[in-house]
Write a protein that binds this ligand. Structure first.
Ligand code: 13P
Length: 252
């Protein structure tokens, strides 16, 4: 009932030409594809070129962050309308690297999510605990706080349009993926939070991705979990073949 969604977060990788090459490669594989939403999130510099490349294919474009104002004196920032102009339908918000390296707060995440929805974009809201938080048994507390503050003042019809990405920080770029059971446990907690906050219908609708060392070899087991609806892929999305295999194995 929930449509799977596989997204590639390229982070700070790839020149414009390299991005075009990946876009061309992926378009060949996914000219048409109906079993899942496929999203790629190249760096800002490559967005409009990649948009032109993947046009008319099954692949959609996303950005890795944005600011909440429409325009103005905000040196270095990018607005929702600029991203839409560049062809983006999706935008990643509150990635753990933004939170932990650049000090992004839950309040900023909340504003960005609101604005993304206002502009008709689909935000992918990242949440997840750090290793020491997991070791101290604080995983659910951290998720609850990030969800509550991130979705603060969201009506049900707004909340269900957000895609949530559970990305345990200790599993990102470490090769140490969460076990399917660990992912399921966290995803279930997230879905229960949505049910408590809104209702059963909202909980049944909202899509929850897993992120953290997703590879062609572990995606199927993760997707087999009841509450895992997709993946947010970092490193393995930088290669046409491995991202293609992940998408294909996700819907087996
Ligand atoms: P890796 O897949 O490289 O662990 O990165 C995950 C991630 O942070 C996606 O947003």
């Amino acid at each position: 009932m929930r449509r799977p969604i596989i997204a590639g977060n390229w982070k700070m990788h790839k020149t414009v030409q390299e991005s075009i090459d990946i876009g061309v490669g992926l378009k060949r594989k996914f000219y048409t594809f109906s079993e899942a939403d496929i999203v790629i999130c190249p760096p800002f510099t490559a967005l409009s070129k990649v948009s032109a490349v993947i046009m008319d294919s099954a692949i959609m474009l996303g950005a890795q962050d944005m600011y909440w104002e429409s325009e103005g004196a905000f040196t270095g920032e990018i607005s929702p309308s600029m991203l839409k102009d560049a062809g983006c339908r999706y935008v990643i918000i509150g990635h753990s690297e933004r939170r932990h390296i650049f000090g992004e707060t839950d309040e900023a995440v909340n504003k960005k999510l609101k604005v993304a929805l206002k502009h008709g974009m689909v935000p992918i809201m990242c949440i997840g605990e750090k290793l020491e938080e997991r070791d101290h048994g604080m995983t659910f507390e951290v998720l609850e706080k990030q969800l509550g503050r991130g979705l603060k003042d969201f009506a049900k019809d707004e909340a269900v349009r957000v895609v949530i990405a559970y990305e345990p920080v200790w599993a990102i770029g470490t090769g140490r993926t969460a076990t399917p059971q660990q992912a399921q446990e966290a995803h279930k907690f997230i879905r229960d939070f949505i049910e408590r906050t809104y209702d059963k219908e909202a909980a049944a609708k909202i899509r929850i991705q897993y992120g953290g060392s997703v590879k062609p070899g572990n995606i199927a087991q993760l997707m087999a979990q009841e509450d895992v609806d997709g993946a947010l892929v970092g490193g393995a999305s930088l290669d046409v073949n491995s991202f293609t295999e992940i998408v294909q194995n996700a819907v087996l």
